[in-house]
Design a binder for this molecule. Sequence first.
Ligand code: PLP
Length: 355
Amino acid sequence: MKHNFGAGPCILPKEVFEEASRAVIDFNGTGLSILEISHRSKEFEEVIAETESLVRELLNVPAGYSVLFLQGGASQQFAMVPMNLLPEGGFASYLDTGVWATKAAKGAKKIGQIDIVASSSDQNYSYIPKDFAIPADSSYFHYTSNNTIYGTEVFHKPNTSVPTVVDMSSDILSRTIDVSEFDLLYAGAQKNMGPAGVTLVVIKDELFGKSGKTIPTIFDYESHAKAGSMYNTPPVFSIYVSMLNLRWLKAKGGIEVIEQENIIKARTLYDEIDRNPFFKGTAAVEDRSRMNVTFVMDTPELEAEFLALAKERNLIGIKGHRSVGGFRASIYNALSISSINALIDTMREFEERKK
Ligand code: PLP
Protein backbone atom coordinates (compact mmCIF):
# COMPACT_ATOMS: atom_id res chain seq x y z
CA MET A 1 0.00 0.00 0.00
CA LYS A 2 1.24 3.47 -0.92
CA HIS A 3 1.02 6.29 1.63
CA ASN A 4 0.51 9.52 -0.29
CA PHE A 5 1.88 12.51 1.61
CA GLY A 6 1.86 14.64 -1.56
CA ALA A 7 0.56 18.22 -1.38
CA GLY A 8 -1.85 17.63 -4.25
CA PRO A 9 -3.42 17.73 -6.69
CA CYS A 10 -6.34 15.79 -5.35
CA ILE A 11 -5.74 13.48 -2.45
CA LEU A 12 -9.06 11.71 -1.91
CA PRO A 13 -10.22 8.45 -0.30
CA LYS A 14 -9.86 5.34 -2.48
CA GLU A 15 -13.60 4.68 -2.42
CA VAL A 16 -14.24 8.12 -3.93
CA PHE A 17 -11.83 7.38 -6.77
CA GLU A 18 -13.49 3.99 -7.27
CA GLU A 19 -16.97 5.44 -7.56
CA ALA A 20 -15.71 8.24 -9.81
CA SER A 21 -14.03 5.71 -12.08
CA ARG A 22 -17.31 3.78 -12.50
CA ALA A 23 -19.09 7.02 -13.45
CA VAL A 24 -16.51 7.68 -16.15
CA ILE A 25 -17.90 4.61 -17.94
CA ASP A 26 -21.56 4.72 -16.95
CA PHE A 27 -22.97 7.54 -14.87
CA ASN A 28 -25.87 6.37 -12.70
CA GLY A 29 -27.12 3.84 -15.26
CA THR A 30 -27.57 6.49 -17.96
CA GLY A 31 -25.30 4.57 -20.31
CA LEU A 32 -23.28 7.76 -20.69
CA SER A 33 -20.02 8.85 -19.10
CA ILE A 34 -20.14 11.63 -16.52
CA LEU A 35 -17.65 13.31 -18.85
CA GLU A 36 -20.11 13.43 -21.74
CA ILE A 37 -23.49 14.17 -20.15
CA SER A 38 -24.78 17.64 -20.84
CA HIS A 39 -24.08 20.15 -18.11
CA ARG A 40 -27.63 21.38 -18.75
CA SER A 41 -29.12 17.93 -18.19
CA LYS A 42 -31.36 17.13 -15.23
CA GLU A 43 -28.70 14.64 -14.08
CA PHE A 44 -25.97 17.25 -13.82
CA GLU A 45 -28.29 19.84 -12.35
CA GLU A 46 -28.86 17.36 -9.54
CA VAL A 47 -25.10 16.91 -9.10
CA ILE A 48 -24.33 20.61 -8.81
CA ALA A 49 -27.34 21.18 -6.53
CA GLU A 50 -26.24 18.37 -4.20
CA THR A 51 -22.63 19.61 -4.21
CA GLU A 52 -23.80 23.08 -3.22
CA SER A 53 -26.11 21.75 -0.55
CA LEU A 54 -23.34 19.56 0.93
CA VAL A 55 -20.97 22.55 1.04
CA ARG A 56 -23.68 24.61 2.76
CA GLU A 57 -24.43 21.86 5.24
CA LEU A 58 -20.85 20.84 6.06
CA LEU A 59 -19.53 24.40 6.38
CA ASN A 60 -22.75 25.63 7.94
CA VAL A 61 -22.99 28.50 5.47
CA PRO A 62 -25.40 31.16 6.75
CA ALA A 63 -28.17 32.73 4.67
CA GLY A 64 -27.07 35.67 2.55
CA TYR A 65 -24.02 33.90 1.11
CA SER A 66 -23.62 32.44 -2.38
CA VAL A 67 -21.69 29.23 -2.98
CA LEU A 68 -19.95 29.30 -6.37
CA PHE A 69 -17.99 26.73 -8.34
CA LEU A 70 -15.57 28.58 -10.58
CA GLN A 71 -12.52 27.80 -12.69
CA GLY A 72 -9.05 29.32 -12.94
CA GLY A 73 -7.86 27.93 -9.60
CA ALA A 74 -7.21 29.88 -6.44
CA SER A 75 -4.78 31.95 -8.52
CA GLN A 76 -7.64 33.46 -10.50
CA GLN A 77 -9.14 34.61 -7.21
CA PHE A 78 -5.98 36.65 -6.58
CA ALA A 79 -7.27 38.92 -9.39
CA MET A 80 -11.03 38.44 -9.03
CA VAL A 81 -11.08 39.51 -5.39
CA PRO A 82 -9.71 43.03 -6.02
CA MET A 83 -11.64 43.38 -9.30
CA ASN A 84 -14.88 42.84 -7.40
CA LEU A 85 -14.08 44.35 -4.00
CA LEU A 86 -11.60 47.18 -4.45
CA PRO A 87 -13.15 50.51 -5.50
CA GLU A 88 -11.27 53.21 -7.41
CA GLY A 89 -9.16 55.16 -4.92
CA GLY A 90 -9.50 52.50 -2.21
CA PHE A 91 -6.84 50.15 -0.87
CA ALA A 92 -6.79 46.63 0.50
CA SER A 93 -4.68 45.16 3.33
CA TYR A 94 -2.79 41.89 2.90
CA LEU A 95 -0.98 39.65 5.39
CA ASP A 96 2.16 38.14 3.86
CA THR A 97 2.74 34.64 5.20
CA GLY A 98 4.34 32.83 2.27
CA VAL A 99 4.51 32.24 -1.46
CA TRP A 100 0.76 32.06 -2.02
CA ALA A 101 0.01 35.08 0.16
CA THR A 102 2.68 37.02 -1.76
CA LYS A 103 1.17 35.94 -5.06
CA ALA A 104 -2.28 37.01 -3.87
CA ALA A 105 -0.93 40.45 -2.99
CA LYS A 106 1.01 40.76 -6.25
CA GLY A 107 -2.08 39.76 -8.22
CA ALA A 108 -4.12 42.42 -6.43
CA LYS A 109 -1.49 45.08 -6.97
CA LYS A 110 -2.12 44.89 -10.69
CA ILE A 111 -5.74 45.89 -10.05
CA GLY A 112 -5.43 48.52 -7.33
CA GLN A 113 -3.59 49.75 -4.29
CA ILE A 114 -2.61 47.33 -1.58
CA ASP A 115 -0.88 47.59 1.74
CA ILE A 116 1.11 44.73 3.36
CA VAL A 117 0.18 44.92 7.05
CA ALA A 118 2.82 42.40 8.18
CA SER A 119 5.16 39.78 6.77
CA SER A 120 7.10 36.83 8.14
CA SER A 121 9.54 36.82 5.21
CA ASP A 122 12.32 37.78 7.66
CA GLN A 123 12.32 34.18 8.96
CA ASN A 124 11.47 32.35 5.75
CA TYR A 125 7.77 32.41 6.66
CA SER A 126 8.23 29.99 9.54
CA TYR A 127 5.72 31.83 11.74
CA ILE A 128 2.51 33.85 11.54
CA PRO A 129 2.88 37.56 12.40
CA LYS A 130 0.63 38.41 15.38
CA ASP A 131 1.24 42.03 16.06
CA PHE A 132 -0.14 44.19 13.29
CA ALA A 133 -2.82 46.75 12.69
CA ILE A 134 -5.34 46.60 9.87
CA PRO A 135 -6.32 50.14 8.85
CA ALA A 136 -10.04 50.60 9.47
CA ASP A 137 -10.49 52.26 6.08
CA SER A 138 -9.14 49.24 4.13
CA SER A 139 -11.65 48.04 1.55
CA TYR A 140 -10.90 44.54 2.73
CA PHE A 141 -8.29 42.44 4.54
CA HIS A 142 -6.85 39.31 2.87
CA TYR A 143 -4.94 36.43 4.41
CA THR A 144 -4.04 32.80 3.69
CA SER A 145 -5.26 30.47 6.42
CA ASN A 146 -2.87 27.61 5.69
CA ASN A 147 0.55 28.11 4.18
CA THR A 148 0.92 24.91 2.22
CA ILE A 149 4.65 25.31 1.57
CA TYR A 150 5.83 26.46 5.00
CA GLY A 151 3.53 24.39 7.21
CA THR A 152 1.98 27.23 9.18
CA GLU A 153 -1.71 27.81 9.79
CA VAL A 154 -3.84 30.65 11.08
CA PHE A 155 -6.49 29.07 13.30
CA HIS A 156 -8.25 32.27 14.35
CA LYS A 157 -9.31 35.05 12.09
CA PRO A 158 -7.30 38.20 12.91
CA ASN A 159 -9.45 40.60 14.82
CA THR A 160 -10.81 43.29 12.52
CA SER A 161 -14.07 44.90 11.54
CA VAL A 162 -12.83 45.27 7.96
CA PRO A 163 -14.43 42.84 5.45
CA THR A 164 -12.23 39.75 5.48
CA VAL A 165 -11.23 37.55 2.56
CA VAL A 166 -9.44 34.27 3.18
CA ASP A 167 -7.64 31.84 0.90
CA MET A 168 -8.48 28.46 2.44
CA SER A 169 -7.15 26.34 -0.42
CA SER A 170 -5.23 23.94 1.77
CA ASP A 171 -7.31 23.75 4.95
CA ILE A 172 -10.90 24.09 3.76
CA LEU A 173 -13.12 21.30 5.17
CA SER A 174 -10.37 20.18 7.57
CA ARG A 175 -11.64 22.04 10.64
CA THR A 176 -14.73 23.86 11.78
CA ILE A 177 -14.94 27.51 10.83
CA ASP A 178 -17.53 30.19 11.40
CA VAL A 179 -18.31 31.31 7.85
CA SER A 180 -20.13 34.40 9.16
CA GLU A 181 -16.73 35.78 10.28
CA PHE A 182 -15.72 36.03 6.64
CA ASP A 183 -17.03 38.09 3.76
CA LEU A 184 -15.47 35.90 1.12
CA LEU A 185 -13.59 32.63 1.29
CA TYR A 186 -12.09 30.74 -1.61
CA ALA A 187 -10.25 27.50 -2.14
CA GLY A 188 -8.81 25.66 -5.09
CA ALA A 189 -10.52 22.28 -4.66
CA GLN A 190 -7.46 20.15 -5.05
CA LYS A 191 -6.51 19.37 -1.44
CA ASN A 192 -9.52 18.42 0.64
CA MET A 193 -12.44 18.90 -1.69
CA GLY A 194 -11.90 17.37 -5.11
CA PRO A 195 -9.83 17.34 -8.29
CA ALA A 196 -8.12 20.46 -9.62
CA GLY A 197 -10.31 22.38 -12.05
CA VAL A 198 -12.93 23.71 -9.69
CA THR A 199 -12.54 26.52 -7.18
CA LEU A 200 -14.95 27.01 -4.33
CA VAL A 201 -16.02 30.57 -3.54
CA VAL A 202 -18.33 31.40 -0.65
CA ILE A 203 -19.25 35.06 -0.81
CA LYS A 204 -21.54 37.36 1.11
CA ASP A 205 -24.11 38.62 -1.38
CA GLU A 206 -23.69 42.17 -0.07
CA LEU A 207 -20.30 42.26 -1.78
CA PHE A 208 -21.70 42.02 -5.29
CA GLY A 209 -20.80 45.11 -7.29
CA LYS A 210 -18.80 46.49 -4.36
CA SER A 211 -15.91 47.84 -6.44
CA GLY A 212 -18.27 49.90 -8.59
CA LYS A 213 -16.02 49.08 -11.53
CA THR A 214 -17.00 47.64 -14.88
CA ILE A 215 -15.40 44.24 -14.93
CA PRO A 216 -15.52 41.48 -17.53
CA THR A 217 -18.59 39.33 -16.91
CA ILE A 218 -16.52 36.16 -16.57
CA PHE A 219 -14.73 37.73 -13.56
CA ASP A 220 -17.88 39.10 -11.94
CA TYR A 221 -19.05 37.07 -8.93
CA GLU A 222 -22.60 38.29 -9.33
CA SER A 223 -22.89 36.94 -12.88
CA HIS A 224 -21.76 33.50 -11.68
CA ALA A 225 -24.16 33.62 -8.74
CA LYS A 226 -27.10 34.61 -10.95
CA ALA A 227 -26.29 31.77 -13.34
CA GLY A 228 -25.98 29.17 -10.56
CA SER A 229 -22.28 28.65 -11.45
CA MET A 230 -23.35 27.86 -15.02
CA TYR A 231 -22.50 31.17 -16.65
CA ASN A 232 -20.16 29.10 -18.79
CA THR A 233 -19.56 25.35 -19.00
CA PRO A 234 -18.73 24.22 -15.47
CA PRO A 235 -15.95 21.67 -14.78
CA VAL A 236 -18.45 18.82 -14.64
CA PHE A 237 -16.12 16.03 -13.56
CA SER A 238 -14.34 18.04 -10.85
CA ILE A 239 -17.69 19.07 -9.39
CA TYR A 240 -18.99 15.50 -9.54
CA VAL A 241 -15.94 14.07 -7.75
CA SER A 242 -16.15 16.88 -5.18
CA MET A 243 -19.75 15.83 -4.54
CA LEU A 244 -18.68 12.22 -3.94
CA ASN A 245 -15.96 13.39 -1.57
CA LEU A 246 -18.36 15.68 0.31
CA ARG A 247 -20.74 12.72 0.67
CA TRP A 248 -17.84 10.71 2.11
CA LEU A 249 -17.09 13.50 4.57
CA LYS A 250 -20.72 13.76 5.61
CA ALA A 251 -21.01 9.98 6.09
CA LYS A 252 -17.92 10.10 8.31
CA GLY A 253 -19.73 12.50 10.62
CA GLY A 254 -18.80 15.83 9.04
CA ILE A 255 -16.16 18.39 9.80
CA GLU A 256 -16.27 18.03 13.61
CA VAL A 257 -15.28 14.38 13.25
CA ILE A 258 -12.57 14.92 10.62
CA GLU A 259 -11.18 17.82 12.67
CA GLN A 260 -10.65 15.52 15.67
CA GLU A 261 -8.90 12.99 13.42
CA ASN A 262 -6.76 15.75 11.92
CA ILE A 263 -5.78 16.99 15.38
CA ILE A 264 -4.71 13.49 16.42
CA LYS A 265 -2.84 12.84 13.16
CA ALA A 266 -0.91 16.12 13.37
CA ARG A 267 -0.16 15.77 17.08
CA THR A 268 1.11 12.21 16.66
CA LEU A 269 3.49 13.24 13.89
CA TYR A 270 4.74 16.42 15.58
CA ASP A 271 5.35 14.43 18.79
CA GLU A 272 7.66 12.10 16.88
CA ILE A 273 9.45 15.02 15.19
CA ASP A 274 10.03 16.58 18.62
CA ARG A 275 11.14 13.30 20.20
CA ASN A 276 13.35 11.88 17.45
CA PRO A 277 16.81 13.52 17.56
CA PHE A 278 17.24 13.17 13.78
CA PHE A 279 14.35 15.47 12.87
CA LYS A 280 13.50 19.10 13.51
CA GLY A 281 10.22 20.92 12.79
CA THR A 282 10.60 24.14 10.80
CA ALA A 283 7.42 26.01 11.78
CA ALA A 284 6.96 27.95 15.03
CA VAL A 285 5.30 25.51 17.44
CA GLU A 286 2.21 27.68 18.06
CA ASP A 287 1.62 28.10 14.31
CA ARG A 288 2.11 24.49 13.22
CA SER A 289 -0.22 23.46 10.44
CA ARG A 290 -2.46 20.42 10.78
CA MET A 291 -2.36 19.92 7.02
CA ASN A 292 1.30 20.31 5.99
CA VAL A 293 3.98 19.19 8.42
CA THR A 294 7.43 20.53 7.52
CA PHE A 295 10.67 19.19 9.02
CA VAL A 296 14.37 18.97 8.25
CA MET A 297 17.45 16.95 9.25
CA ASP A 298 20.95 18.13 10.12
CA THR A 299 22.62 17.48 6.75
CA PRO A 300 21.63 16.98 3.10
CA GLU A 301 23.26 13.52 3.28
CA LEU A 302 20.99 12.39 6.12
CA GLU A 303 17.99 13.79 4.25
CA ALA A 304 18.90 11.88 1.09
CA GLU A 305 19.30 8.68 3.11
CA PHE A 306 15.96 9.12 4.87
CA LEU A 307 14.23 9.92 1.60
CA ALA A 308 15.56 6.69 0.09
CA LEU A 309 14.32 4.68 3.07
CA ALA A 310 10.93 6.42 2.89
CA LYS A 311 10.64 5.40 -0.75
CA GLU A 312 11.39 1.78 0.15
CA ARG A 313 8.63 1.95 2.76
CA ASN A 314 6.11 3.26 0.18
CA LEU A 315 5.94 6.78 1.61
CA ILE A 316 5.22 9.01 -1.39
CA GLY A 317 5.58 12.77 -1.82
CA ILE A 318 7.38 13.71 1.40
CA LYS A 319 10.18 15.72 -0.19
CA GLY A 320 9.90 19.31 1.00
CA HIS A 321 9.19 22.25 -1.27
CA ARG A 322 12.40 23.87 -2.55
CA SER A 323 11.69 27.05 -0.52
CA VAL A 324 11.98 25.15 2.77
CA GLY A 325 13.95 21.99 1.86
CA GLY A 326 13.86 18.85 3.99
CA PHE A 327 10.48 17.21 4.15
CA ARG A 328 6.82 18.07 3.96
CA ALA A 329 4.19 15.54 4.95
CA SER A 330 0.83 16.73 3.67
CA ILE A 331 -1.75 15.08 5.85
CA TYR A 332 -5.06 16.05 4.31
CA ASN A 333 -8.44 14.62 5.29
CA ALA A 334 -8.05 11.49 3.16
CA LEU A 335 -4.75 10.43 4.69
CA SER A 336 -5.41 7.88 7.41
CA ILE A 337 -3.74 7.57 10.78
CA SER A 338 -2.22 4.27 9.56
CA SER A 339 -0.20 6.29 7.01
CA ILE A 340 0.99 8.60 9.79
CA ASN A 341 2.04 5.52 11.75
CA ALA A 342 3.89 4.17 8.70
CA LEU A 343 5.87 7.42 8.50
CA ILE A 344 6.60 7.38 12.23
CA ASP A 345 7.74 3.73 12.08
CA THR A 346 10.15 4.69 9.29
CA MET A 347 11.51 7.63 11.31
CA ARG A 348 12.09 5.27 14.24
CA GLU A 349 13.69 2.66 12.01
CA PHE A 350 16.06 5.33 10.73
CA GLU A 351 16.93 6.35 14.28
CA GLU A 352 17.63 2.70 15.22
CA ARG A 353 19.87 2.21 12.21
CA LYS A 354 21.90 5.28 13.09
CA LYS A 355 22.32 4.52 16.78
N1 PLP B 1 -3.29 29.20 -2.31
C1 PLP B 1 -2.78 28.18 -1.60
C2 PLP B 1 -2.79 28.25 -0.11
C3 PLP B 1 -2.26 27.05 -2.26
O1 PLP B 1 -1.75 26.04 -1.55
C4 PLP B 1 -2.28 27.01 -3.67
C5 PLP B 1 -1.74 25.85 -4.40
O2 PLP B 1 -1.21 24.92 -3.83
C6 PLP B 1 -2.80 28.12 -4.36
C7 PLP B 1 -3.31 29.17 -3.66
C8 PLP B 1 -2.85 28.14 -5.87
O3 PLP B 1 -3.90 27.37 -6.28
P1 PLP B 1 -4.22 27.09 -7.81
O4 PLP B 1 -3.12 26.22 -8.32
O5 PLP B 1 -5.57 26.44 -7.76
O6 PLP B 1 -4.25 28.39 -8.52
